[in-house]
Structures are given as structure tokens and as C-alpha cells.
Design a protein around this ligand. Structure first.
Ligand SMILES: *[C@@H]1O[C@H](CO)[C@@H](O)[C@H](O)[C@H]1NC(C)=O
Length: 406
């Protein structure tokens, strides 16, 4: 075979393999495996109860579970800031045991959160693949925990969506939203939604204020990558559908408008060309493929609805790094621009907090409930390191200490 023939067949084979892969991806279960990547699961060989392995102190972590209405068990970590561990070391259990939230909330670790009205809680909604202790996730918890002070302690909860880590089941869009809502319900003492998909049932608004609960306005939701979708959708379901009191703030690291929009530009680890770029000459094929996406992860629609809703308070930060080669920064920018458009001609108070073209911009207006939206674009931080950076910490700090709403 001549070189040309060989080249030709190699390219044809590569093209055929690519097409086959795309066709396979239209099968919902294969597609979900690729997008959630939950079966890339080191919990199969790592022991999540051995938190020292992940860089944490045993007594610092209370593992607990919450159960969803469709019977999935979600695995969570409550992590104490180091100064509280140090101060209470003698009264903390030697090895806090895994327990349902109802039991874990009576243990010394969670008491420190629940009994101090000044204490705040950051919940991290992690990105796709692996589990709550993987990669940069523990350094992310540590980064936010370091905002803790004796006057205003900051606790962190990390958790795995269904099908990730030790959590049962497998992820779907409705499922992971239900997971976020279920965790918030347990923490705030609200009833669990009575249906896995319908959050509009008004009968379930009841709330028990017991010694196991914390009010939503002490909780900041932080999402990274896939977690920006889950946290936004949780906030949306919680406030707009369930009509429950809003969490204190929502901070999105490396967000994107929706999965179809993301796939247009998504590159695996920044190493491959954008996934759909080979189809650039066939927009028709591209749109067929995008139409086959089962879980659309529509963040932009939810964010604009939150911005529009007259009586839902919103303190939202959208932050992205220019050198994020996985979710290109234009994705986060699209969310911001859609919000600007939604805000339209409202009387807004806008300020540039830092100098520079894309610096911190903060929009504030009063549409019934107070709204604050910030956009920050950083030079550095990539896709994953951003949440462990000082800038990332500052963004969460702003959200934690933003003045109380009226
Ligand atoms: C919380 O309330 C329950 C039920 O009233 C009670 O049994 C328990 O001792 C209380 N726990 C704490 C730490 O106060």
C-alpha cells in the first residue's frame, strides 16, 4: 500500500470511529456515563472512611447520609474548621461514625454548626467524575474552611450525587437536583419533596424547627463545573418551585449555559479539540446530535428565571479563569450576558470593583427582593485550581459576609 492509500484509510478509520462514538453517545446510558463520568470511581478501591488518606483529620470529619424520596442514599462529609477541631478536640469522638443525618446531627461535630447562630455553612457541589475526596476537592474544602474565624465559624459539607463515590443509584438530571434539594431539606428541617421530579407540591412546605436544623440564609452553595449546574438547579427548585427561604448565596466556578452549548466547545482535559468540531461542516448532523442530549443541564434558563423572579433574593457570583481549557471562559460569560440582558433597563447599581477590562463587576438592584450578581474573569486558575486559589476564596468570602438582605 502506498503512503497516500495508507493515510487515506487511517483517516477514514478515524472518521468512522468518531462517528461510531457519537452514535454510541446518543444512547442515554452511555451518554450519562460520559457526561457524569460517575463510573470513574476511585471509591471502588479507596476507603472513604479513612479521611486521613485525603489529608483531613479523623475527628474533623463527621460522615453522614441522607436518603432521598426515591430511596437513594447520599454520602456526605461534614468538615470542621481546624480551630474548632483544636479547641474541642477532647470532646469530639475519636472516630466519628457514619450515620444518618438525624443521628449525626446529635454528634459533637455537627452540634458546633447547629448550635452557633453565627456559624456559616458552605456546601460544595463538585464537578463530574470521581468522589467527594478526589483531586482538588479536599484542597477546595480547606480553602473555604480557612475563612473561618472564632466569631464567624465556617463549616463545609461535601457530598456525592447519586451514583458517585459511595452514594447509591446512578445520576440523571432530575436525580441530582433531587439530591441537592434533599440535602438542603435535611439540613434546614424541611420535608423532603414528595415526588422525585415535581417540586411544585405546596402540601410539602412544612418545616420542623428542631435542634438539628440550620436556616437556609446561613448556607452558601458553591458549584464547580458540573456542580454549577446542580447547585443552580437546586437553588432554582428550592426557591422558585418549592418556594422555600433562599440560601445565602450561590457561587459558580467554571459555569456554562447548558450541556448542548458546552459540548460545542468542550475539550477533554484541554487536550482534545472541541468535541463537536469535526462536525463543523455538517451543522445538520451537529444539531441532530445535540438534539439527542437527554440531560440538558440548562443553567442559563434557570439563572435568568432567578434574576427575573420578583420575590426571590439572589446573591450570585459567576467566576471563571481565562486559561480554563475544559470549559472555555466564554461559557461563563454567556451566563453573565444572559443575566445582563434579563436585567435590561432596570435601575441597576453597577460598579467595577477592580480595574482591568473584565475585572469584578457587581450589579445590584432591588426587584422586590434584593439581587446582587457578580462576574469575575481571572487570568489564571484553569478549570480545577481556581477553587483552591486565593481569588476563589475571596469570592466565597464576599458571598459569606454579604450584608443581610432586607
Ligand atoms: C435535640 O432534641 C431531641 C428531641 O427533643 C433531644 O432528645 C436531644 O437530646 C436534643 N439534642 C441536643 C443536643 O440538645
Amino acid at each position: 500500500m502506498g503512503l497516500l492509500t495508507r493515510t487515506y484509510w487511517t483517516l477514514a478509520a478515524a472518521g468512522a470511529a468518531y462517528m461510531l462514538a457519537l452514535i454510541a453517545l446518543t444512547v442515554p446510558s452511555i451518554q450519562r456515563n460520559a457526561t457524569y463520568a460517575h463510573n470513574v470511581n476511585p471509591a471502588r478501591w479507596q476507603d472513604l472512611s479513612d479521611v486521613e488518606y485525603f489529608g483531613l483529620i479523623k475527628q474533623q470529619v463527621q460522615p453522614f447520609t441522607v436518603k432521598t424520596i426515591d430511596e437513594e442514599i447520599l454520602y456526605c462529609w461534614h468538615i470542621l474548621p481546624l480551630h474548632l477541631y483544636k479547641e474541642h478536640q477532647s470532646t469530639l469522638q475519636a472516630t466519628p461514625k457514619l450515620a444518618d443525618y438525624s443521628v449525626a446531627s446529635q454528634q459533637p461535630n455537627l452540634r458546633l454548626l447547629l448550635e452557633n447562630p453565627e456559624a456559616r455553612l458552605v456546601i460544595l457541589f463538585h464537578g463530574n467524575a470521581a468522589h467527594l475526596g478526589s483531586g482538588h476537592r479536599v484542597p477546595t474544602y480547606q480553602n473555604f474552611l480557612s475563612l473561618s474565624t472564632p466569631e464567624r465559624p465556617v463549616h463545609v459539607i461535601g457530598f456525592d450525587y447519586r451514583g458517585f463515590g459511595l452514594s447509591s443509584g446512578s445520576p440523571t438530571e432530575d436525580g441530582v437536583i433531587l439530591d441537592g434539594v434533599t440535602l438542603l431539606s435535611a439540613l434546614t428541617g424541611h420535608d423532603k419533596p414528595s415526588s422525585p421530579t415535581d417540586f411544585t407540591d405546596k402540601v410539602i412546605q412544612s418545616m420542623t424547627s428542631s435542634n438539628s436544623t440550620i436556616s437556609a440564609d446561613r448556607i452558601v452553595l458553591v458549584g464547580q463545573s458540573l456542580g454549577t449546574f446542580v447547585s443552580s438547579a437546586t437553588y432554582h427548585a428550592w426557591t422558585l418551585q418549592l418556594q422555600r427561604p433562599a440560601p445565602k448565596a450561590l457561587v459558580l466556578f467554571a459555569s456554562f449555559p447548558s450541556l448542548p452549548k458546552l459540548l460545542d466547545t468542550y475539550s477533554i482535559k484541554g487536550l482534545t479539540p472541541p468535541l463537536l468540531s469535526p462536525l463543523i461542516a455538517w451543522p445538520y448532523l451537529q444539531s441532530i446530535f445535540l438534539g439527542k442530549i437527554v440531560d440538558k443541564w440548562e443553567t442559563v434558563r434557570r439563572l435568568t428565571e432567578l434574576v427575573r423572579a420578583p420575590d426571590v433574593p439572589l446573591d450570585l457570583t459567576i467566576i471563571h479563569a481565562k486559561n480554563d481549557w475544559e470549559v472555555l471562559w466564554g461559557n461563563g460569560r454567556e451566563n453573565w450576558e444572559a443575566i445582563l440582558e434579563e436585567v435590561g433597563s432596570k435601575e441597576v447599581y453597577a460598579e467595577k470593583i477592580k480595574t482591568g477590562e473584565e475585572a469584578w463587576t457587581r450589579l445590584r438592584w432591588d426587584g422586590g427582593a434584593a439581587k446582587v450578581v457578580r462576574w469575575e474573569l481571572l487570568e489564571h486558575g484553569g478549570h480545577n485550581r481556581l477553587t483552591t486559589s486565593e481569588q476563589g476564596k475571596l469570592a466565597v468570602w464576599e458571598a459569606l459576609d454579604a450584608p443581610r438582605r432586607v
